[in-house]
Design a protein around this ligand. Structure first.
Ligand SMILES: [Cu+2]
Length: 163
């Protein structure tokens, strides 16, 4: 019960802080792809079975990649939903079948690039074109981050300050 109250309190704070950290996506191109990185509030990451059983209308369904749950701990930082949408430059269509490798480096803390557990997700009720990759992660507000996204041999790095 204590844990539930704690989670609710954290969500309340995130909702209350509005969308200040959910800025317009940062977009970068590699030779074959356009990659948009978005940071938003913590998202509920659920399985397709949970969506059916609980008749969920919000959250993010895990549809592939690592089915490991939410990797954020909420300890010592802020939880953000980090996700990338990948578009093929050749077709203009979303890339749904290749799982990117994503690393996060806290440059302020001088921590090495840490691979995150990449989950393939789709917003509940959203079309297949919403399919994207990422996880909930712990970030420290005010720290500078470098997030690398690699698809096969193509890689790009996003730089931002966590809000
Ligand atoms: Cu997501």
């Amino acid at each position: 019960m204590r844990n539930v109250a704690c989670v609710v309190a954290v969500l309340g704070v995130l909702v209350g802080s509005g969308s200040a950290f959910a800025a317009a996506p940062l977009t970068q191109k590699t030779a074959s792809y356009s990659i948009a990185l978005t940071l938003g509030p913590k998202e509920a990451m659920v399985t397709p079975a949970e969506v059916k059983a609980k008749h969920l209308t919000t959250g993010e369904v895990m549809v592939g990649g690592s089915m490991a749950m939410d990797m954020s701990s909420g300890m010592g930082g802020a939880v953000r939903h980090l996700e990338v949408h990948i578009t093929s430059l050749a077709t203009g269509k979303p890339v749904l079948s290749r799982i990117p490798k994503i690393t996060v480096a806290d440059q302020t803390a001088k921590s090495p690039a840490d691979p995150i557990t990449v989950v393939k997700m789709q917003g509940v009720g959203a079309p297949a074109s919403d399919i994207h990759f990422g996880n909930n992660v712990d970030l420290h507000v005010g720290h500078s981050y470098a997030v690398s996204v690699a698809i096969g041999s193509e890689k790009t790095v996003f730089q931002f300050t966590a809000k």
